[in-house]
Structures are given as structure tokens and as C-alpha cells.
Design a binder for this molecule. Structure first.
Ligand code: CP
Ligand code: NVA
Length: 310
């Protein structure tokens, strides 16, 4: 199967079949085990991979750099503020040039369209390291974490609370591909993109999962196996922060809300967390939280994605 992904770009979970996504998860599990037993294989020996950032990053930046090194390749961390992009060279021309040097481009961008341009004008695989629309590497790592903790994905209920943003969109795609019930609770006006909802409903019909949207956080967390949240103001939305904090306060993950889920619920956050806003200290540092395992699994799943696509 691996050959079917070689040379493709990884922009959206929704572009791939459940079988292909399962292949990524299985490869992530294998590479994690190899790594933990000291047996990293140089699957990308001698290759050069650009990791491009229009926005800040801690986890993505470091986990890609380390993962690429562990695969025997070299990572070039490229901040767009230091490229000619900053002075007006087009994305298309940048893609054409980078494709002559690099074996793949990993990119974190504002507009999702920039990723599509990198893919369309370049000739090497492009990996989405977060756009304003989706964050697929995050969610593939999260699915790995959920499966490690719960031994399955099918039939689990995941409650996502807060802003219907990029992370929410990828969770809706990823969860419904794997037969989960993704229950999204947002304030009015902050619902996920309608196209994402429609597509996720279709995936849910195919997989036996479900998508429900509500404005009631308690309805979403009822019987949840997983509670997930993300920042209320994403990168680029800083000016809306104060307004969003007011509107989203009822969606905060606190002990009262966690008590309404299943007893063995796990609590997830892609990080960075704004403690005291979308999640409180006692929950993120408490017994249900798996956020550090989640952060670690970014490393393993991204190595899997690179090893299959590049
Ligand atoms: N979760 C995540 O992508 O973190 P960074 O913004 O630190 O990369
Ligand atoms: N939704 C957040 C995710 C950060 C990893 C953002 O886009 O800033």
C-alpha cells in the first residue's frame, strides 16, 4: 500500500480513504515502537526537507526537525520572514525553486490556499503543518493517542468545545473517518465551516460514526470518552481575544464539566494552552489529561507521514 501515498501531498485528512489513514496510524505505531527500542531506521537517508513557517510554533517546529533527523534526512527550518517571499516573490515561484532543492515542503501558513499553491506550482510533496482551515498532522497524532489510551476509535464519543476552528475541522474529518461520534459545542457564530460539517456527515455515514453540533457544552460532554479543546483565539485572531473570552467562557473545560463525561474520559488539548481560559490548571494537570502524550505523538506520526509520502 505504501507506494500509493508516495509523492502525494498531505493537505487534508478528507482527501484520504480510511485505509490510507489507517496505514499512516499503523506506521506511526511502528515507528514509535522502533524509536522507543532504539531502532530508528533512516527511511529518508540523504534527503532534504524544508519546514516553512509563516506563524510561530513550538511543537511543530521541533518535532518535525527532530523527526526528520531521526529518519536520516536534514531539516531546513525556513521562516518566511527571512525568505524573498517577504519582499514579494510569489508563492508559485518559491514553490518552483524549492522543488529544485528539496524532497518535500512542510508548511505552516495563514491562508490554506498558500498550501494549494505550493502543491500546484511545486513538484515535491507538501505537508500541511497548520493552515487557517485545518491541522491534519495534529489530528493524526491525536488519533494515535486516543487509540493508545482506549484501544479503539470506532464508537467512541469525542466532545470538542470552544471555537469551530482549524483543529475542530480536522477532528471532525479524522473522527468521522474512523467511526467516532464527534460532538461539537460552540457559541453561536463560532460553528465549524458548513462544508466541513457536510463532508464529515458523509464520512460518518460511511464509517458508522456521527457528527452533532450544539451550543450546549453539557450536551456535548454527556457520555464522552474524549473531551478536546483548543485556544479561543487562534494565531491571527489576537485582536478578537477579549470578545471571544467573554463569549466562550461557558465552554471552558473545568472540573464541573469533566464530571459530566464518562468516568474514564481523557482530556486533550493540541497546545499551546491558555490556562484559565479554555482549560483550567486542575484539569490540564489532572488525572484525565493526556496532553503531553499528545504532544509526543506529533513526533511519531509526522515521521510516519514523511516516510510514506516523501
Ligand atoms: N499544537 C501545535 O501545533 O503546536 P505549535 O503551534 O507549538 O506547533
Ligand atoms: N487553533 C490554533 C492551533 C494552534 C496549534 C491556531 O491556529 O492558532
Amino acid at each position: 500500500m505504501a507506494h500509493s501515498l508516495k509523492g502525494k501531498s498531505f493537505l487534508q485528512i478528507s482527501d484520504f480513504s480510511r485505509e490510507e489513514l489507517e496505514e499512516i496510524l499503523a506506521q506511526g505505531e511502528k515507528l514509535k515502537l522502533d524509536h522507543l527500542s532504539g531502532k530508528d531506521e533512516p527511511l529518508l537517508k540523504g534527503k532534504s526537507i524544508g519546514v516553512l513557517f509563516e506563524k510561530p510554533s513550538t511543537r511543530t517546529r521541533i518535532s518535525f526537525a527532530v523527526g526528520i533527523f531521526e529518519l536520516g534526512a536534514q531539516a531546513l527550518i525556513l521562516d518566511t520572514s527571512n525568505l524573498q517571499l517577504k519582499r514579494g516573490e510569489t508563492v508559485a515561484d518559491t514553490a518552483r525553486v524549492l522543488s529544485r532543492y528539496l524532497h518535500a515542503i512542510v508548511a505552516r501558513v495563514y491562508a490554506h490556499k498558500t498550501l494549494e499553491e505550493l502543491r500546484d506550482y511545486g513538484s515535491v510533496p507538501v505537508i500541511n503543518a497548520l493552515s487557517d482551515f485545518t491541522h491534519p498532522c495534529q489530528i493524526m497524532g491525536d488519533l494515535l493517542t486516543i487509540r493508545e489510551k482506549k484501544n479503539r476509535l470506532d464508537g467512541l464519543k469525542l466532545a470538542y468545545l470552544g471555537d469551530g476552528n482549524n483543529v475542530c475541522h480536522s477532528l471532525m474529518f479524522g473522527g468521522t473517518k474512523f467511526g467516532m461520534h464527534v460532538a461539537v459545542a460552540t457559541p453561536e457564530g463560532y460553528e465549524p465551516d458548513e462544508k466541513v460539517t457536510e463532508l464529515s456527515k458523509k464520512f460518518a455515514e460511511e464509517s458508522g460514526g456521527a457528527i452533532t453540533l450544539t451550543h450546549d457544552p453539557f450536551e456535548a460532554v454527556k457520555d464522552a470518552d474524549v473531551i478536546y479543546t483548543d485556544v479561543w483565539a487562534s494565531m491571527g485572531e489576537e485582536a478578537e481575544h477579549d470578545e471571544r473570552v467573554k463569549v466562550m467562557k461557558p465552554y471552558q473545560i473545568n472540573d464541573n464539566l469533566v464530571d459530566k463525561a464518562r468516568k474514564d474520559v481523557i482530556v486533550m488539548h493540541c497546545l499551546p494552552a491558555h490556562r484559565g481560559e479554555e482549560i483550567v490548571d486542575s484539569v490540564i494537570d489532572g488525572p484525565h489529561s493526556v496532553v503531553w502524550d499528545q504532544a509526543e505523538n506529533r513526533l511519531h506520526i509526522q515521521k510516519a507521514i514523511l516516510s510514506l509520502f516523501v
